[in-house]
Ligand binder design. Structure first.
Ligand SMILES: *[C@@H]1O[C@H](CO)[C@@H](O)[C@H](O)[C@H]1NC(C)=O
Ligand SMILES: *[C@@H]1O[C@H](CO)[C@@H](O)[C@H](O)[C@H]1NC(C)=O
Ligand SMILES: *[C@@H]1O[C@H](CO)[C@@H](O)[C@H](O)[C@H]1NC(C)=O
Length: 519
């Protein structure tokens, strides 16, 4: 065993140690010349400076002496990758398997579709197809974060939301959900349902942020004609999909300056002497029921009925039809955002790869996925995208050989991107992350991290056949996590601690493979 030499340590611990160990800022450079007899520089130095040099060198020794021990692999606690490379305290980005929390600040742009993260941070419409573990969530997070909140109204539609709509749809349309789960549950899912999903997500998000919006911001809403206000209120109450009705009451009452209360509405009418028309209420319920992706909520519909009757606009709303007007309502509402509130809605859709209707036991249900993808780019939707009513930014999993391009009529106007990794881009990504970790590493590390090829000793002829089988960032992450465990275990006997040996790579690859096969 050959621990880190004392010499190496000394160089590394020159005060004002630069972050890169190859680049010691040689503070004592003149001192070195002092010791060079050919230089004749000694005469030019004052006694004082010689004394300070001597003190400095002695000081270095005192400062360094106990630190030598801290890199010795004789001490069990030093057999630690993080400690060796000075990573303690920072989260090792390779230990993260997913980007679901959107916390990562490391994104390697050159390997990603260039059309998504535009230099002026503008939103656009596209469909990104990404195989599992290629960085789809990460780029979606960045995309969302870059959108200016004064220009856009981002609506994130993730797995949880999509599941809710699909669940409702399947319950309404399929009697035997067990059978459906094994086959294609979504064969009857159409662009109408996709439209409901968009509209409902926009409404729900709007009601969520509404209480925080100022009267100035909402001025355009107050200025609408009562008829337009009532249309908006009808859409909002019919499509709201979060829990509760209080939020809707707040919305209605703030716009109309009224005091409607759902559970007192019947009572409020009687006081006003307005006859309560149960038939109209039933009509509203039936209409709501025809929206297949949404659960009708009788309480909210009572509120809607009450407001329509109370505002005396019943005649215009008696024959209300929701299902026939999905795309009209979507247009109205998105144009209200775009033209009146001056914030273009941006639908950001991600997460269908976790959905149980699309994936069962991690096997994709190709038919369901295709049905869903097709409706996402159907005519009614694309027409509104082309008219710039809103942006539609979709991040879907890439499955098998399904060519979504075939389903898009105007493929030239609606870009489809694919996230692809090559060996080179993956190595670049690894180096990029390692460099980032190096920049954050602490000064008293034993060494700075090498690049990826050096770390895994890629020049050894038996190593590339494992490394080259890593195809995605997620596989790379699993592999490095396992590799660190192997290198920690081996540190005591390693000729070069924390540079991978063939055995390390073989074992790490085998363990990592078990994990990515499972996913
Ligand atoms: C999307 O971006 C906004 C603004 O930066 C942020 O507040 C929000 O948490 C982000 N949402 C997600 C899920 O990343
Ligand atoms: C649904 O279909 C499965 C398989 O054919 C059957 O075993 C099950 O009993 C059915 N469930 C209902 C509620 O009909
Ligand atoms: C890396 O590979 C080279 C070439 O095969 C070999 O000489 C060296 O010992 C290896 N390093 C480690 C740490 O295994």
């Amino acid at each position: 065993m050959e621990p880190v030499t004392t010499n190496e340590m000394k160089h590394r611990h020159i005060p004002d140690n630069n972050r890169s160990h190859n680049d010691n800022r040689n503070a004592p450079e003149p001192e070195i010349r002092v010791e060079n007899p050919n230089d004749g520089a000694l005469s030019g130095l004052s006694k004082g400076s010689i004394i300070s040099i001597v003190l400095f060198v002695v000081g270095c020794f005192i400062y360094l002496a106990p630190k030598d021990v801290s890199c010795s692999m004789e001490n069990a606690e030093n057999r630690d990758f993080e400690r060796y490379y000075g990573l303690g305290g920072q989260t090792n980005p390779f230990t993260k398997a997913t980007a679901d929390d959107c916390q990562s600040d490391i994104i390697y742009r050159p390997a990603l579709p260039q059309g998504i993260l535009q230099s002026d941070n503008s939103a656009s419409s596209f469909l990104t197809l990404a195989p599992y573990g290629t960085g789809k969530t990460l780029i979606r997070c960045k995309y969302n974060q870059t959108l200016s909140p004064t220009k856009y109204f981002p609506v994130l539609i993730l797995n949880k939301q999509i599941s809710g709509y699909l669940e409702t749809f399947v319950k309404k349309i399929e009697t035997n959900t067990t059978v459906c789960r094994e086959k294609n549950c979504l064969k009857d899912w159409t662009e109408n349902e996709y439209g409901q999903l968009l509209l409902s997500s926009l409404v729900t998000r709007f009601i969520e942020v509404f209480p925080k919006m100022s009267n100035t911001e909402l001025q355009p809403l107050f200025e609408l004609s009562i008829e337009k206000q009532m249309r908006l209120i009808t859409t909002i109450i019919s499509y709201y999909s979060a829990v509760g009705t209080v939020e809707l009451e707040t919305f209605v009452n703030r716009i109309l300056g009224t005091k409607y209360k759902t559970n007192e509405i019947q009572h409020q009418y009687m006081e006003k002497g307005v006859a309560y028309n149960e038939k109209l209420y039933t009509h509203f319920i039936n209409e709501a029921n025809r929206l297949l992706a949404l659960d009708p909520n009788p309480t909210r519909i009572r509120l809607l009925y009450g407001v329509i009757a109370g505002q005396q606009v019943k005649n215009q709303f008696e024959n209300i039809q929701l299902e026939e007007n999905i795309f009209n309502d979507l247009r109205e509402l998105t144009l209200f955002f775009r033209d009146k509130l001056h914030r273009i809605p941006v639908f950001i859709i991600d997460g269908i790869d976790e959905n149980e209707y699309f994936f069962q036991n991690n096997k994709p249900n190709k038919d369901s996925l295709e049905a869903f993808c097709r409706t996402s780019v159907s005519n009614q939707i694309i027409t509104q995208v082309m008219a710039n009513n809103f942006h539609l930014s979709m991040f879907y999993p890439k499955i098998g050989d399904f060519k979504i391009e075939d389903a898009i009529g105007r493929v030239d106007k609606f870009p489809v991107y694919e996230i692809k990794w090559t060996k080179n881009s993956l190595f670049n990504y690894a180096d990029y992350v390692l460099r980032h970790m190096n920049e954050k590493a602490s000064y008293d590390r034993c060494k700075s991290l090498p690049n990826f090829e050096t770390l895994v000793n890629y020049s050894d002829k038996s190593i590339p056949k494992y490394i080259d089988r890593l195809k995605t960032p997620r596989m790379l992450h699993y592999f490095i996590q396992e590799l660190i465990i192997q290198m920690n275990n081996d540190a005591r006997h390693a000729s070069k601690p924390f540079i991978a040996t063939v055995e390390n790579v073989v074992h790490a690859y085998a363990n990592a493979e078990k994990r990515f096969v499972k996913n």
